[in-house]
Design a protein around this ligand. Structure first.
Ligand SMILES: *[C@@H]1O[C@H](CO)[C@@H](O)[C@H](O)[C@H]1NC(C)=O
Length: 375
C-alpha cells in the first residue's frame, strides 16, 4: 500500500509506504514515483556513447552498466561482425585498437593490411575471427594517455555480443524499475556486406526476437551510410538515425561505391534534410554542424542546422560530448593544461541545449544527466 501526498505550493511530499511515513522535499521522489518511465519522454535524451566510456573501457558490459546506473536513457553499442556471423560490440572491425589481440601469439598470422571504407588499415580484423576466438581476448583502453584511469582496467572485460548487451539492459531494467533504451550503430555496413556478412537483417532480427518491434520501442538503429538505412526502413518499424561525419565534403561509404557524389554537406541542407526525413527519425551530426568552433578553438555561433532539421521533422542528437580538455572548446577547458584534465563539459552542453538539440551522445553521461535530472 502506497499513498503519495504532494503539497505543490511548498514542495513537501508525504509518502506513506506500508505504514512507514517518509517526508521529503526532494523533487527526485516525484520523478521516481509518478513520472513515466519512458526514456523518450525524458528530454534531452542522454545517450551513453560506447557506454560510460569516459570511466570504463568502451564497449564493455562494465561501461554500459555504469552508464545505466548513472541515469543514461540509452546505451550505444557499435556493432561489427565475426567470421561466423555473430554481432559483437566494437567501434572498429580492427581489434588491435581496443583489445589485447597483439599479445596473443596464436593470432599473429591474422595480422594484415586492407582497405576499409576507403582507408588503408593494418591490424587484426573481426571478420577473420570466430566468436569463440574473440571471447579469448580482453578489452583495453583506446586512449590511455587521456584516460589513464580506464587503462587500469585493461584486461578486465570481454568483448560483448549484441545479445549480451540486450540481456544486461533487460536485467538492470528490472532492478532500476525503468525502461532503458539501446541505440546500436551498424559499422562498415558495405564492407561487411561485400564479405557476405551483411549485418542489417541480423540486427533487426535480434531486436525483433527480443521484443523490440515497434516505433515506440526503446531502440534506434544508426548508420553513417544511406542505402542500408533505406533498406532497414522496409524491414522494420524501429526508428532510424542518419549519422553525419564532421567533414562535410566526405561521402557515405555506400554512396562512394554507387558513385552518386552525395556528400554529408548535401545531406545537411534544408532540402537534404527533407530527403533524410523520408527514412530517418533523427539525425546524429558531428556537433560542429550545430555550433562550429572559431579559429581560436572557442565555440562559434549556432548554425541553422537544428532549425532546418526540426522543420523537416527530424530530432537532432549530436556527438560527441567529452569532459577532457583534449576535446573541449577552449573556454570550457580547465586551468590544468593537461589534455587528460577534466574541464567544464556542463558549460559546453548548456550552449548546445540552448541551440535546441533533442539529445546527445556523451562519454560522461552523468554530466548531462546532472544538468537535466534523472527521469
Ligand atoms: C552536393 O553539393 C555540391 C556542392 O554544393 C554540389 O555541387 C553537388 O551537385 C551536390 N550533389 C548532390 C548529389 O546533391
Amino acid at each position: 500500500m502506497k499513498t503519495i501526498k504532494l503539497n505543490a505550493r511548498t514542495g513537501w511530499i508525504l509518502l506513506i509506504v506500508g505504514g512507514i511515513t517518509i517526508v521529503s522535499t526532494s523533487a527526485a521522489i516525484i520523478a521516481r514515483t509518478s513520472s513515466s518511465n519512458d526514456p523518450d519522454k525524458c528530454l534531452p535524451t542522454v545517450i551513453a556513447h560506447r557506454g560510460a566510456s569516459g570511466y570504463i573501457p568502451e564497449h564493455t558490459l562494465g561501461s554500459y552498466a555504469l552508464a545505466i546506473t548513472m541515469g543514461a536513457d540509452y546505451v550505444e553499442p557499435d556493432l561489427v561482425m565475426t567470421k561466423d556471423g555473430a554481432l559483437i560490440s566494437r567501434h572498429d572491425n580492427e581489434l588491435g585498437l581496443t583489445t589485447n589481440v597483439a599479445q596473443h601469439p596464436e593470432f599473429a598470422d591474422r595480422y594484415k593490411t586492407q582497405t576499409v571504407d576507403g582507408t588503408e588499415i593494418s591490424g587484426w580484423f573481426t571478420e577473420d575471427f570466430t566468436l569463440a576466438e574473440i571471447k579469448t581476448l580482453k578489452a583495453i583502453e583506446r586512449i590511455p594517455d587521456i584516460r589513464p584511469g580506464n587503462a587500469r582496467m585493461d584486461g578486465v572485460f570481454e568483448v560483448p555480443t549484441f545479445q549480451e548487451i540486450i540481456d544486461l539492459v533487460k536485467s538492470i531494467e528490472t532492478s532500476q524499475k525503468r525502461s532503458i533504451g539501446i541505440y546500436p550503430e551498424i559499422k562498415h555496413g558495405s564492407h561487411f556486406k561485400n564479405l557476405g556478412l551483411a549485418m542489417e537483417q541480423l540486427v533487426v532480427d535480434t531486436f525483433h526476437s527480443n521484443g523490440y518491434t515497434g516505433q515506440d520501442s526503446h531502440a534506434y538503429i544508426q548508420s553513417f551510410e544511406v542505402g542500408n538505412l533505406k533498406e532497414l526502413k522496409k524491414i522494420t518499424n524501429l526508428r532510424l538515425i542518419q549519422l553525419y561525419e564532421s567533414d562535410k565534403s566526405a561521402q557515405p561509404a555506400d554512396q562512394v561505391i554507387l558513385g552518386t557524389g552525395l556528400t554529408y554537406g548535401n545531406m545537411s541542407t534544408p532540402e537534404g534534410l527533407v530527403e533524410v526525413a523520408k527514412y530517418a527519425y533523427a539525425v546524429g551530426p558531428d556537433k560542429s554542424y550545430v555550433i562550429p568552433r572559431n579559429d581560436d578553438n572557442t565555440l562559434g555561433q549556432p548554425t541553422t542546422f537544428v532549425k532546418d532539421a526540426h522543420a523537416a521533422g527530424l530530432k537532432v542528437h549530436p556527438y560527441t560530448f567529452r569532459a577532457e580538455n583534449a576535446f573541449l572548446p577552449k573556454e570550457f577547458q580547465s586551468t590544468d593544461p593537461a589534455p587528460s584534465a577534466r574541464g567544464n563539459l556542463a558549460g559546453e552542453l548548456r550552449a548546445y541545449l540552448e541551440a535546441g538539440i533533442d539529445g546527445m551522445f556523451s562519454d560522461q553521461p552523468d554530466v548531462p544527466v546532472g544538468i537535466r535530472g534523472k527521469c
